[in-house]
Design a protein around this ligand. Structure first.
Ligand SMILES: Nc1ncnc2c1ncn2[C@@H]1O[C@H](COP(=O)(O)OP(=O)(O)OP(=O)(O)O)[C@@H](O)[C@H]1O
Ligand SMILES: [Mg+2]
Length: 376
């Protein structure tokens, strides 16, 4: 198996002795790779036990590392078993990530007179207006948002409801087709499929650090970029951008007349900091980032105008956030504070791994957030 794997299980076993059973495993099945993280609780602390990633391209007949795939549940289950075997993860206390692309997330404003017990009847009816597919094709989840005078939610709600009292309900509609595919993958890999979470919520857990202002999370995945504005732990806006890190590889491959694999390697090795022998390497990367940044800025502006408050910070995550020189380049496009996600900072890990974990962190932020769900 040609895996991009970083297992530190042995390091931890030797440092900490026999592990307890108090473990949780986060599994993020992305379009280009599967990421797994195993955490364990010991003495009230959350420790990183093992983590690993496996490129899915190799499960395609003409596959390449970094390539976006669309594999069947059978093949994904095989890949999942492979990565768990390689990382020696045996705990079945798993949380499986559901891709945000299969969800619609929005806030409904409802009159406060509605009893909470009536919400199961009212919400599907109201939600229909926001969902472009038949309501029977999705599963709905919702959460009544607390009223927060301090954060401006109160004022916003009143303004949107024409001055009358209303309650805000965060609604998540997930395609049933995706839910059954992911449940199927887990079952075929002989794992329980009782704990699922949409990746947006895992990100909040792993990349945010109690910021008191609205934050924009930019997840540059292989296939798409996911934009999420979060305030006080609540998703305020979620948008998809049809440009991802694979588009940078394809752009390099076209303009420098290289194979996909050569382009992927150069992208990862140099990114925007290309040496003089590759004077045109940065251009196709910048082209894709420009599209992503433009959409990000448009989403930020729409939020700021609507709620009359500023985004205080932009956090880049996903494998694309590991592009060398990304932050310096992004500074030209954004006024807010910029940061690269550092999700491993949420867990205890051997000090000597600090640098490695910081560099590889963005790729694992969903998987860490998923595992952390069971550590709270
Ligand atoms: N050091 C690096 N520099 C630039 N790009 C990188 C680097 N490391 C990984 N990538 C890119 O990140 C992408 C993979 O990121 P990630 O694992 O977040 O995607 P994914 O979860 O599989 O995709 P998606 O979320 O779109 O389904 C690949 O396109 C890969 O080339
Ligand atoms: Mg992803």
């Amino acid at each position: 198996m040609d895996s991009i794997l970083a297992s530190i299980k042995n390091v931890f076993s030797s440092l900490l002795g026999k592990a307890s059973d108090n473990r949780a495993v986060g599994i993020d099945i992305g379009t280009s790779s599967i990421k797994v993280v195993e955490l364990k609780k010991e003495g009230g602390k959350v420790l990183l036990d093992t983590y690993g990633a496996l490129a899915l391209g190799q499960y395609n007949t003409d596959g390449h590392i970094g390539q976006v795939t669309n594999l069947t549940a059978e093949v994904l289950a095989k890949a999942l078993k492979d990565v768990l075997e390689e990382t020696k993860i045996t705990s079945t206390n798993i949380v499986l990530g559901i891709p945000s692309v299969s969800c619609i997330i929005f806030i409904l404003q409802l009159p406060t007179e509605i009893e909470e017990s009536n919400l199961p009847l009212v919400i599907p009816n109201e939600a229909k207006k926001f969902i472009p597919v038949p309501i029977n094709d999705v599963s709905l989840d919702w959460y009544v948002l607390p009223r927060r005078e301090d954060s401006g939610t109160e004022a916003r709600v009143l303004a949107e409801s024409g001055g009358g009292a209303s309650m805000s309900v965060l609604v998540v509609a997930t395609l049933n087709e995706t839910l059954s595919k992911y449940t199927d993958v887990a079952q075929k890999a002989a794992l329980p499929a009782d704990s699922l979470e949409i990746e947006v919520f895992s990100h909040i857990r792993s990349v945010m650090t109690r910021e008191l202002y609205p934050v924009m999370i930019v997840d540059i995945g292989a296939s798409k970029t996911k934009l999420t504005i979060v305030e006080h732990g609540i998703v305020e806006t979620f948008r998809l951008v049809n440009h991802g890190s694979q588009d940078m590889t394809l752009g390099i491959s076209r303009s420098l007349e290289l194979t996909f694999d050569q382009a992927e390697t150069l992208k990862k090795q140099y990114g925007l900091a290309a040496p003089s022998e590759y004077p045109h390497l940065a251009e196709p990367i910048k082209q894709q980032l420009a599209e992503i940044f433009q959409e990000t800025n448009a989403t930020i502006l729409a939020f700021e105008k609507r709620y009359n408050k500023n985004i205080g910070k932009i956090i880049f995550t996903g494998g694309g956030a590991m592009t060398h020189g990304l932050l310096d380049y992004a500074k030209q496009s954004f006024a807010a504070e910029l940061a690269i996600a550092d999700p491993f900072a949420k867990v205890e890990a051997p000090v000597f791994l600090g640098g490695v974990l910081k560099n590889t962190g963005p790729e694992f932020s969903v998987a860490i957030g998923l595992a952390l769900k069971k550590m709270q």
